[in-house]
Design a protein around this ligand. Structure first.
Ligand code: SAH
Ligand code: F3S
Length: 459
């Protein structure tokens, strides 16, 4: 049985190998972000912290004085990607000996010893609750030690720190940090600590300043975003409050937990005109036995009923999901239940994963990762094919419709085209003509694939 690595408090530990590190922290920084939107939002927070302390952001990794890698630990391949990247960063560091290299985020928290063994040249390791201390950490860096702060702190909500975002149409707003759910497969409660929410008045103010900065859409972020509770108000109240903010045009959120779906939440999505009619509702498995082993706290039937209620009250609601195949003990019959539920619900889209055993989780400690790799791959491919067909069919039905698209920018494939999203979060591409980035235009759809709608602006 494996053990979770100990969480180290604010401390400096000796480097495993001596390297000539920088003597003084310098003034430019570069952040590379891996993983989920919460990490994107955390990188914006770090940008805010460092800018306030006098550092300047740069896009040139080769000349940056400080390079921070904001990492993800959710699956093994996410960690492998970072470990591979670190070798390249070390090569840059050898050329630029003044460079400070830091690892932040979930992987830092999850594998601190491993990270140090694999990359002893790292100067700084910071967990998700330690970003406030970034300037002090950089000040204290020396050539002998690796600065480590992995302290998880339930009281840290960064409420007083203003993130600095890249200009754009869509802003990510963290409304809650941490997770109290303890799904048996998931490393997040260990890397991000206990759940805490920011107060509604502060979030409303933040959305007002996003409007002033030119953002049109806000995406509220939390690991179980709908368990939001600021001591007085719940998630539905928050949606109603943000819906009142003048100038914000669209509100989305990710990801709600099925067990935290309340009547107020459903009412808020149904009745707030700015809340998009789209929900990402992670299912994980269609087998109640597997859901129970995953500690997901709902049955397949309860999930089914929730989808029924949502669709009943919110016509044309787009639903997406997360699925894990090959979890410990998943039989062919369990898998078939997942397959059949996907087929029954007909999601607009889905993120689908093979189960990845994570050190320290309950599943890692008490269950056997016993579905063979080839079988995991087969199951994954089977539902990817199924979902592809469903997404394609759903999108085909949109052909001929005129939809409202918030224009985000130039299409990746052609400078002559713009792209944007409709209310249901479908990517839509169209010849740009007179459309402006940031405006909402009517697009008549003439072609659809599983991932994209293509059309022409009609007004
Ligand atoms: N509550 C978070 C979940 C973050 S993880 C949110 O909704 O934003 C995102 C998805 O990764 C999960 O829903 C799950 O489907 C998948 N996942 C998490 N841990 C995993 C693991 N050990 N192996 C495979 N997939 C995993
Ligand atoms: Fe992970 Fe489950 Fe929380 S998936 S983030 S423990 S809701």
């Amino acid at each position: 049985m494996k053990k979770l690595l100990p969480v180290y408090k604010n401390e400096s530990i000796p480097k495993l190998q001596s390297e000539s590190g920088p003597q003084h922290p310098k003034k430019s920084f570069y952040i590379e972000t891996y993983g989920c939107q919460m990490n994107v939002s955390d990188s914006e927070l770090m940008t805010g912290v460092l800018t306030k302390a006098g550092y300047e952001i740069t896009n040139d990794i080769n000349s940056a004085n400080v390079v921070l890698i904001n990492t993800c630990a959710i699956r093994e391949n996410a960690e492998e990607k970072v470990l591979n990247r670190l070798e390249h960063l070390n090569a840059i560091k050898r050329r630029n000996t003044e460079m400070v290299l830091g690892i932040c985020g979930c992987m830092a928290q999850h594998m601190r010893t491993m990270v140090l063994e694999a990359a002893p040249y790292i100067d700084l390791i910071l967990g998700p609750d330690a970003y406030r201390s970034l300037p002090q950490a950089l000040d204290s860096i020396n050539s002998k030690d690796t600065f480590v702060n992995l302290k998880l702190d339930k009281s840290e909500d960064y409420a007083d720190i203003s993130p600095i975002r890249k200009d754009g149409i869509r802003a990510w707003l963290t409304i809650q940090r941490g997770c109290d759910k303890m799904c048996s497969f998931c490393v997040v409660p260990f890397t991000r600590g206990r759940e805490r929410s920011l107060p509604i008045p502060m979030l409303v103010k933040e959305v007002e300043s996003l409007v002033d900065e030119g953002f049109k859409e806000v995406v509220l972020l939390g690991q179980t975003v709908n368990s939001y509770y600021d001591g007085t108000h719940n998630f539905g109240d928050l949606l109603f409050a943000i819906n009142q903010v003048e100038g914000i045009e669209r509100i989305r959120f990710t990801s709600p937990h099925p067990s935290d779906a309340t009547k107020t939440m459903i009412d808020a999505i149904a009745s707030c005109e700015k809340v998009c009619k789209q929900i990402h509702l992670p299912l994980q498995s269609g087998s109640t036995k597997i859901l129970s082993d995953m500690h997901r706290t709902y049955t397949a039937d309860e999930y089914r009923e929730l989808v029924f209620d949502l669709r009943n009250q919110i016509p044309n609601l787009a639903i997406s999901t997360d699925i894990i195949v090959g979890f410990c003990g998943e039989t062919e019959e369990d898998f078939q239940k997942t397959h059949d539920l996907i087929n029954e619900i007909r999601y607009d889209s889905a993120f689908m994963f093979k189960y990845s055993d994570r050190n320290g989780t309950l599943a890692n400690r008490t269950l056997k990762d016993n579905v063979p790799e080839e079988e995991k791959i087969r199951r994954l491919q089977t539902i990817i094919d199924l979902q592809y067909r469903i997404s394609h069919e759903i999108n085909q039905k949109r052909v001929g419709e005129t939809i409202q698209v918030l224009v985000e920018g130039e299409s990746r494939k052609s400078k002559a085209d713009y792209f944007g999203k409709d209310d249901t979060f479908k990517t839509t591409v169209f010849p740009r003509k007179n459309a402006q980035i940031g405006e909402t235009v009517n697009v008549k759809v003439h072609t659809a694939s599983a991932n994209t709608l293509i059309g022409n602006v009609t007004s």
